[in-house]
Design a protein around this ligand. Structure first.
Ligand SMILES: Cc1cc2nc3c(=O)[nH]c(=O)nc-3n(C[C@H](O)[C@H](O)[C@H](O)COP(=O)(O)OP(=O)(O)OC[C@H]3O[C@@H](n4cnc5c(N)ncnc54)[C@H](O)[C@@H]3O)c2cc1C
Length: 435
């Protein structure tokens, strides 16, 4: 990719989508002197839904590396102090009298935010001129050596050297990447991976002002996982404890993988929510009664993809590995993607950026796909539908083990592996042995 035979000064990176993954990536890449970064967002502004988001120690360490720990500490509920903390308290709640059955603890505990505040920290750090709104990507064209052409639904077109797909669970970039590869490889099975599949689970979400709850209510203290047959309810406080985030899940295991008819997100009546959890312990009913405007979500996920990268196009965040939310990990995994690929691209040149993308896939795909599959398994455990049923002694430990990836080699160790791999490939290229 030469500019009239001369190397171009900076790698032109286009980020498509300005959610948590796109903005985190844009903030990280905007510090790289070898990169010109642009974010193309289909909406007229960046926005997040009114709800909570939790992250774990692995993600917190990335935010520290990015120099964002102070800013995120200011808006975190329970900012981490390095000690062990409560992940969740697990309770059986689908009867008139609930009881605790397990506490999962982990380094730093559960670090919680209001989503809009989380996004604002990133938006505030985006240099002027980087964001372009009302730009819905329709398709891209990539040839071996030339620039990548982006075509938007308003008819406009731009060129870039690298395209990073942060366009979420319904990603058009994933769809095109899989379609192109299916054609190239004559492998129709890849087409089955384009569309997200319904998990068989419906979620209801809402926020409650903390003062509306009885001051003894457990949800004001620890993050709670209220478990029942085929259903569970998650609650944790955010915004310095002034708001309680509630998400309830209701599953029909026979519907898993079936198409979901209807819109994925709709407003709903509180009565529908209360009816769905009738007979649950009063502590849960009290929570649900305080939700004024619940929304109802059909929870979808991707089947694990066999690749995240094709040439100089890469998938990041939900476009690569949208998962069910039972480990509160989708955004954390998106941030991990963004950090690693930004570090790799910032050390690359036009001639080596393809290797940076391959190295990203090498280290991120196995971890992200593990978390994707583990999140689905966690949901089954919370709803007593795993092989452990409601054998609490085994179940609690099994739930805890499912979080093991949090303690796996850190993102920085993964990055070191990826950089080693790039060095080896460069050596092979220099020796003429690299295909
Ligand atoms: C109920 C629920 C609870 C969750 N809780 C947690 C949690 O506690 N912790 C956690 O880590 N994760 C959680 N998640 C998952 C997390 O929300 C997602 O993984 C994360 O928000 C994905 O971010 P993203 O930037 O990849 O995608 P998105 O947030 O979907 O952003 C995609 C962006 O791309 C834009 N876009 C889409 N198409 C185009 C296009 N063609 N052209 C241009 N722009 C486009 C969209 O407008 C949007 O701004 C939860 C998910 C759900 C459903």
């Amino acid at each position: 990719m030469n500019n009239g035979g001369l190397p171009r000064a900076r790698i032109r990176v286009a980020i498509c989508g300005g959610g948590i993954s796109g903005l985190c990536l844009a903030v990280a890449l905007s510090k790289a002197s070898n990169v010109e970064v642009n974010v193309y967002e289909s909406a007229q502004r960046f926005s997040e839904i009114g709800a909570g988001v939790m992250i774990w120690s692995r993600t917190w360490r990335i935010l520290e590396q990015m120099g964002l720990a102070d800013a995120f500490s200011r808006i975190a509920h329970a900012p981490p102090d390095g000690s062990m903390g409560i992940g969740f308290d697990y309770r059986r709640s689908d009867g008139p009298e609930g009881f605790d059955f397990y506490r999962v603890q982990m380094p730093y505990g559960c670090i919680r935010f209001h989503r809009a505040q989380f996004l604002d920290v990133l938006i505030d750090r985006l240099p002027t001129g980087v964001a372009h709104f009302g730009k819905r990507l329709r398709s891209y064209s990539q040839s071996n050596n030339g620039p990548i052409g982006l075509r938007f639904s308003d008819g406009s077109m731009v060129e870039c050297d690298v395209l990073l797909g942060c366009d979420g669970i319904k990603s058009v970039i994933r769809a095109q990447m899989l379609r192109d590869r299916a054609k190239e490889n004559n492998d129709g099975s890849l087409l089955d991976l384009i569309d997200p599949v319904w998990s068989g689970t419906i979620a209801y979400r809402g926020l409650i002002p903390a003062e509306r709850l009885n001051e003894e209510h457990r949800a004001l203290g620890a993050p709670m996982m209220y478990c029942g047959q085929d259903k569970h309810v998650v609650s944790y406080s955010i915004s310095q404890g002034s708001v309680v985030n509630v998400v309830t899940f209701s599953s029909n295991p026979n519907e898993e993988g079936r198409p979901y008819g209807g819109p994925w997100v709709v407003d709903c009546e509180r009565e529908e929510l209360l009816e769905s959890y009738s007979g649950w312990e009063p502590e849960v009913t009290e929570l649900l009664q305080c939700i004024d405007n619940p929304t109802k979500w059909a929870i979808h996920q991707l089947k694990p993809l066999p690749f995240f990268v094709s040439g100089r196009v890469a998938l990041i965040g939900d476009s690569a590995h949208a998962m069910v939310p039972h480990q509160g990990a989708g955004a954390g995994q998106a941030i991990e993607d963004a950090y690693i690929i930004a570090c790799l691209i910032s050390r690359a040149s036009e001639a080596t950026v393809d290797l940076a993308l391959q190295a990203y896939e090498l280290v991120r795909l196995p971890v992200a796909n593990h978390v994707l599959e583990g999140s689905a398994e966690s949901g089954k455990m919370y709803e007593f539908n795993s092989q452990h049923g409601d054998d609490y002694r085994i179940l609690g430990r099994a739930i805890e083990r499912q979080w093991d990836w949090i303690l796996w080699p850190s993102p920085n160790e993964d990055l070191a592996c990826a950089l080693d791999w790039v060095s080896q490939q460069l050596m092979l290229r220099r020796e003429g042995g690299y295909a």
